[in-house]
Design a protein around this ligand. Structure first.
Ligand code: FAD
Length: 335
């Protein structure tokens, strides 16, 4: 089976491990032939885990950063082997360190595949033709049975069009470069008080910055980051439930008006999600208000649109390769 991974960041690493785990789904004798397209020099790290100051910490616990979502020991063992102090469930480690982990995890997975290659180019277009996915770079065209989008969602907004303005930094990463653009006594304004803002403050502090730092935001709130780990077992919004909906597993009779085998209707996904929220004791209204605090933002949407956005924003559904490999082209989102 020829599979293209478009983008070679952490998502691609996780997909590679999941593909190996799911060999049995592919059928006996099926060989894994994986090609990763990525033009970046920071292959496997993406921009967020690339080499940088150690002040840039992960915002989830180390164990939750495993490339094998079913096996948190995969990252914990790596951290122990690489002598990172106390690499257990509740530790937050530096993102550059996690980048090194992703790199090693990718090599491990690539070695276990029958065929693997990396194409150091950006993908410029994808098209479906005769049951094949045709992937184009500026230099060449390739054909695959499946393609998985692992492109990430990394763009820093520039609403005030500050790009190129002396003294303005639109994208704060890598932090090591950003702090070099300031002098120790400069007055620094940070627009926004989210995770990146906190990284910048910590980076300035570590560089010995002495000038005043002012953080500006509409809400005036710092993000709810590095919370205690939530132990919650999904009961309804699960991979198995979605496979049943899609008729991929024949445990329940298929509805006459149901979707074509292998497809899932959005309406059914949303219903599953509401059942999960009900099980967890969360009301729909409370959920909306939590995700969309300004009523004017969500009043214009139907409840189903909001439910869908809520599901995406909560990243409730752990990534699972069984879905990636059963479709031709699957968009995936970042966590
Ligand atoms: C500052 C910051 C901190 C974060 N911290 C955490 C954290 O601690 N924990 C966490 O779980 N999440 C965190 N995130 C979320 C983070 O986005 C994801 O964890 C992770 O980086 C997503 O990985 P990815 O592979 O999907 O995307 P990315 O890491 O963005 O990788 C995408 C890859 O696709 C490549 N690419 C893009 N376009 C093309 C193309 N046309 N052709 C070929 N290749 C292409 C890029 O070169 C890149 O290598 C953070 C995000 C930010 C911005």
């Amino acid at each position: 089976m020829r599979i293209a991974l478009i983008g070679g960041g952490p998502t691609a690493v996780c997909v590679m491990h999941s593909l190996l785990r799911s060999r049995s789904v592919l059928g006996s004798g099926e060989q894994l032939d994986v090609t990763v397209f990525d033009p970046s020099t920071d292959l496997w790290c993406g921009p967020n885990y690339a080499p940088d100051l150690s002040e840039a910490l992960t915002n989830v616990h180390a164990a939750d950063m495993s490339a094998q979502h079913w096996n948190e020991d995969h990252i914990s063992d790596w951290l122990r082997k690489n002598q990172v102090a106390e690499p257990v469930g509740s530790t937050f480690v530096s993102r550059p360190m996690v980048g090194l982990y992703f790199r090693d995890a990718a090599c491990e997975a690539a070695n276990d595949m029958e065929h693997f290659r990396h194409v150091l180019s950006a993908v410029t277009s994808i098209r479906m033709e005769e049951n094949q996915v045709h992937v184009e770079t500026s230099a060449q065209s390739y054909s695959f049975d499946h393609a998985v989008m692992c492109l990430g969602t990394n763009t820093f907004a520039d609403p005030y069009q500050l790009q190129g303005v002396p003294g303005a930094v639109v994208s704060p990463y890598p932090l090591s470069k950003t702090v070099l653009q300031t002098r120790a006594t400069d007055r620094v304004a940070i627009v926004g008080t989210g995770l990146a803002a906190i990284d910048v403050v910590l980076a300035l502090k570590s560089s010995g910055h002495q000038g005043p730092i002012t953080m500006v935001s509409r809400g005036g709130l710092l993000p709810p980051v590095r919370r205690p780990r939530l132990e919650y077992q999904l009961r309804h919004f699960t991979v198995d439930a979605v496979e049943r909906l899609a008729g991929l597993e024949q445990r329940e009779p298929r509805r006459r008006d149901g979707p074509t085998r292998g497809h899932v209707q959005l309406r059914d996904m949303i219903n599953l999600m509401w059942r999960e929220f009900g099980e967890a004791g969360a009301s729909r209204d409370a959920r909306f208000r939590n995700c969309f605090p300004s009523a004017s933002v969500w009043k214009g949407f139907g409840t189903n649109s909001i439910a869908w956005m809520t599901a995406r924003s909560l990243s409730l559904w752990p990534s699972n390769p069984r879905h990636y490999i059963r479709r031709r082209v699957v968009p995936t989102g970042a966590g």
